[in-house]
Design a protein around this ligand. Sequence first.
Ligand SMILES: NC(=O)c1ccc[n+]([C@@H]2O[C@H](COP(=O)([O-])OP(=O)(O)OC[C@H]3O[C@@H](n4cnc5c(N)ncnc54)[C@H](O)[C@@H]3O)[C@@H](O)[C@H]2O)c1
Length: 258
Amino acid sequence: MTHSVAIVTGAAGDIGRAIARRLGDDHDVVLLADIDSEAADKAAREIGDSTRFVPIACDVTDAKSVAELAAAAAARGVVRTLVNNAGAARAVSLHETTPEIWRADNALNLEAAFLCFRAVEDMLKESRGSVVNIASVNGMNVFGHPAYSVAKAGLLHLTRLIAVEYGKFGIRSNAVAPGTVRTQAWEARAAVNPQVFEEARRWYPLQRIVNPDDVANAVHFLAGSMAAAISGVCLPVDCGLTAGQAELARTFSQSSHY
Ligand SMILES: NC(=O)c1ccc[n+]([C@@H]2O[C@H](COP(=O)([O-])OP(=O)(O)OC[C@H]3O[C@@H](n4cnc5c(N)ncnc54)[C@H](O)[C@@H]3O)[C@@H](O)[C@H]2O)c1
């Protein structure tokens, strides 16, 4: 029988690793693709069984490297799930955004998802599989990081474009939009301000930030058969952030219930 393969890009990071581990529940093989090959090796070792969790060195912004990733997947089975998770933000204002930052953030957070999807689309047709794009609340509202946010907003539209054009092949396409997740991506900002997570927590209705397993559970749901009729959506995993802010509701209503 043909093995079902999941690809998780950026899988050496905290969110990617949690997603890879969770997708191992119902895929035969999970490829942990990351530009940092040492970190990908370490992540795969940490999760377990080296025949099922396979590290792959890949730069998702490079079409040749992505083609090699697709070939590595084809050698192990048929891709049923593609998770475009590799991403990074420059924490700058629009005024500070250079053309280089603009292009680099768009290449990694948007174009790479297009390259990866096109590289495995035939396998997704064969498996009637699905794509899950890891977007961000930054793609829905303005929370800083302009180039990254524009790319994530584009990624939400790419999610819908795939859903509409490829639905006839049984391919589903969905996105998850996490709020703040404490990962290595925050290291520099946490070093400047050790209170950064405490300060962020205040704006979240659930009064906590998101953890990598929260994101992984949502990806697992969207990639699985329980979501068989769900395509083209963005599922915020944001502890209520994009629903509104209690503090502002308290000011507007002057009610102590908020
Ligand atoms: N951490 C958060 O607060 C947060 C919030 C919303 C969305 N997200 C999204 O979640 C995803 C994962 O973020 P994270 O916080 O785990 O980041 P992270 O920095 O911990 O991990 C990202 C991983 O991507 C890899 N990577 C970078 N460039 C790559 C490339 N060109 N090719 C292949 N791999 C590459 C890195 O080596 C790293 O292992 C990203 O798409 C990010 O935008 C994160």
